[in-house]
Design a protein. Structure first.
Length: 355
């Protein structure tokens, strides 16, 4: 519910962080400094023989498996937004020796341009955190959504580790695991706090995933296809929600669910740009209310803290109370694109659906 991205994609999206004025408002595209890849399996590599990919929904990870030459070793690379460190993306690489009698070297690379058309960044600063070299990159989104309800852009802070060019498994070891943590926050100290708390991340992430499946896990006997669809739906829905009631040190509450999820919405012409619609309350909220009432409360809370825009909209149309927009983002003002503006003008079921 705090970070979303496409596996090996070039952007990360943060809860509540939008850029663009009015109908141009979309999820701010933040450069994905957590896009670490095995060079042998990277898209930029000419030949990716020996690479397989899988989404492990049970553990909440995207996994790349590389089988080394002559099956002398294999490498497992997991990447995921941590359910324990809520604003951190984890890359974990395990090298397992099989028949190899040599030192094993596995080249890796960070695949990112480091820039964004939505955020203006300063120069990165080097900082040691618990004896590990990191870089701190801070910036601010470029364009306000609506100056009536937003006084400044969103602060962005990325803390990413210095990355070796290769991972090495020496002769005295049969296996070794390497972990890299990249935080995306609004406040630098919050990112540092997450990284310094990473010791328990692996086990606590697994605990959080077990808790999620205890709530959302539905099994259909006798229909394997439907069973898979329901589990996939539960995974994607829960991935847009908070994993537990964490303290918000940066002051950003939960900013609702978009039909396309938190991993989409950065493109300015697709996936509803990450906006929240009445679909949330009509189609997503009932299930969440049944199995996860705490997060159901967060979904409804979003509508209350953007209520000023809804109240102004009602007043402008000479109605009492609140009139919600067709598409809503950071401020709660109407951000429906111009080619769909008639939806917001004439489909009066919206407020009733949300209420």
């Amino acid at each position: 519910g705090n970070l979303g991205f496409i596996a090996y994609g070039d952007s990360v999206h943060m809860n509540g962080v939008f850029n663009g004025a009015g109908p141009l408002s979309h999820r701010a595209r933040i450069p994905n400094f957590a896009n670490v890849q095995l060079q042998a399996c990277a898209e930029s590599f000419l030949v990716t023989t020996g690479c397989t990919y899988q989404l492990d929904m049970q553990k909440g990870m995207f996994r790349t498996i590389y089988n080394g030459p002559a099956s002398e070793y294999y490498v497992v690379h997991d990447v995921y937004p941590s359910r324990y460190l809520h604003k951190t993306i984890v890359n974990r690489v395990r090298i397992q020796r099989l028949s190899s009698q040599a030192v094993i070297q596995v080249p890796i690379a960070r695949m990112t341009t480091g820039s964004s058309s939505d955020v203006t960044f300063g120069d990165p600063r080097r900082r040691d955190i618990d004896g590990v070299a990191y870089y701190v990159l801070t910036g601010k989104t470029n364009t306000l959504e609506d100056g009536r309800y937003q006084s400044s852009g969103h602060d962005i802070c990325i803390i990413y580790p210095e990355l070796p060019s290769q991972l090495i498994l020496n002769l005295d070891k049969t296996a070794q695991e390497f972990s890299f943590y990249t935080s995306f926050t609004n406040v630098e100290l919050e990112g540092i706090s997450e990284i310094t708390s990473s010791t328990l991340e692996k086990t606590q992430h697994e605990v959080r995933m077990l808790e999620m499946w205890e709530k959302y896990g539905i099994t259909v006997d006798g229909n394997a296809g439907l069973d898979r669809v329901l589990k996939a739906s539960a995974f994607y829905l829960s991935s847009s929600l908070l994993s537990y009631m964490n303290v918000r040190t940066s002051g950003y509450p939960f900013y609702g669910i978009s039909p396309s999820g938190l991993g989409h919405g950065g493109a300015e012409s697709s996936n509803y740009k990450g906006h929240s619609l009445w679909d949330t309350e009509m189609w997503m909220f009932p299930t969440v209310l049944l199995v996860d009432p705490n997060n159901a409360r967060h979904i409804l809370h979003y509508r209350t803290f953007v209520s000023k825009a809804a109240a102004d909209r009602a007043k402008d149309k000479e109605f009492e109370g609140w009139q919600f927009p067709w598409e809503s983002a950071y401020t709660g003002a109407e951000v429906t694109p111009e080619d769909r503006v008639t939806f917001s003008q004439y489909q009066h079921h919206i407020t009733a659906d949300i209420a």
